[in-house]
Design a protein around this ligand. Structure first.
Ligand code: HAM
Length: 385
């Protein structure tokens, strides 16, 4: 799906190594970020060099742009990637230490059309992937200088309200005050609603850029919410930032996000080059689909054997169901009938066929059980919902 969508927009597929020099992420992603401070899997190789399993893809794409002299090609350079990424976070629903991302990056253009194109591509990808209750938040961070001046202003403002802020926000006040907007503490949230906003401090050029991105999105009818408190967890962003969330995901709601990083190539030793891109988490996309959220749609059938001489029949039945595109499984651990029903439940089966004196079909939601006639009768029954 990504290949079709991004290929049609003339993005080239690229792969970068799974690990890089630690220095790349420390400089690229930013020393003050959670990713660099706490979440990197870092190790030494035999030559004593510090390497890190990649926590994200953008810094490596910029490294490769510089190393392969891509600034000499016709600009902009558009690429997409897919693969495993690693962050040492506390695992929970939707948050893993190894996860897969699909991402897209455009280097060498500061045109607002590129920002809009990328946002639209991610929106289309999420729609085609059947992600549910998707919403888009959008903001602009301006240039690095604007952000620096604003960060100082915000820090002073937060100091005045320090007593009412949550402990974790106070702890990050010096290093990364912007993260205060991300707090889930209600009292901190109430305070942050009153805080000065970066969006009100943008230089004219940046405000005009943001207005243009918005008008392009309005033009194609893509809905979004301007959220001046949108804080991305990585330091390289300038100007446009955005995040897609799903209402069905719970605490880890972000499906994917990104933004502009106009200074990153230069920070990494390349020529001044604007850049913009996004990445989306594949596992979260799957969790946000209808299939990921509902047990019914799986429509699974478990075939339980109550009379051992019917085992071959069970094997054939499972293959037959699968041929008819119905997910099916049988017991492969010598369980009793009770154990098989328990296993069917663990596998989230909707139906269990019980091959005993007769052939019965059990509805796993209600426990109702009735006889079925022949394979066709079984197919009809399990397809009836
Ligand atoms: P990010 O927001 O850190 O951005 O990650 C993008 C997406 O990866 C998240 O929205 C989420 O779906 C998924 N993700 C992140 N961490 C985890 C995790 N521990 N477990 C499961 N999924 C996770 C970036 O990585 C930027 N490089 C995006 C970008 C590209 N910005 C500009 N270009």
């Amino acid at each position: 799906m990504s290949r079709d969508l991004l290929g049609r927009a003339l993005y080239d597929y690229v792969e970068t190594p799974v690990f890089e020099h630690t220095e790349l992420f420390a400089r690229g992603v930013g020393e003050s970020t959670d990713v660099v401070q706490k979440e990197m899997f870092t190790f030494e190789d035999k030559a004593g060099r510090s390497l890190t399993l990649r926590p994200e893809g953008t810094a490596a794409i910029c490294r490769s742009y510089i190393e392969h002299g891509m600034h000499k090609r016709a600009q902009p350079v558009k690429v997409w990637y897919w693969g495993p990424f690693f962050r040492h976070e506390a695992p929970q629903a939707g948050r893993f230490r190894q996860f897969a991302q699909v991402g897209a990056e455009v280097l060498g253009s500061d045109e607002p059309t590129v920002d809009a194109e990328l946002i639209l591509l991610l929106s289309q990808l999420l729609e085609q992937s059947d992600c549910q209750e998707v919403r888009l938040r959008l903001s602009s961070l301006g240039t690095a200088e604007t952000r620096r001046a604003y960060t100082a202003e915000l820090r002073d403002w937060l100091r005045e309200h320090e007593a009412d802020l949550s402990e974790s926000v106070r702890a990050r006040l010096e290093l990364n005050p912007l993260r205060a907007f991300d707090s889930d503490d209600p009292q901190t949230q109430a305070i942050m609603a009153e805080a000065p906003k970066l969006l009100d401090r943008l230089a004219d050029e940046d405000a005009a850029h943001f207005a243009e991105v918005r008008s392009l999105l309005d033009d194609v009818g893509l809905e979004y919410e301007v959220d001046p408190g949108l804080v991305r967890g990585l330091d390289y962003y300038t100007r446009t930032v955005f995040e897609f969330e799903s209402g069905v995901l719970g605490a880890q709601a972000a499906l994917g996000g990104g933004g502009r990083y106009d200074g990153l190539v230069e920070v990494l030793g390349g020529p001044p080059t604007p850049g913009v891109g996004w990445a989306a988490g594949i596992e979260r996309m799957l969790l946000a689909t209808r299939q990921g959220t509902s047990r019914e749609s799986a429509g699974r059938v478990f075939v339980a054997v109550a009379k051992p001489e019917r085992r071959l029949e069970a094997f054939d039945m499972v293959l037959g169901l699968r041929d008819n595109e119905i997910p099916a499984e049988l017991d492969e651990a010598g369980r009793s009938l009770k154990g098989q029903l328990k296993q069917a439940d663990r596998l989230d089966a909707l139906w269990t066929v019980i091959l005993g004196e007769e052939t019965e079909l059990r509805d796993m939601r209600t426990g109702d059980q009735r006889a079925v006639e022949g394979f066709e009768g079984l197919l009809e029954a399990v397809r009836s919902e």
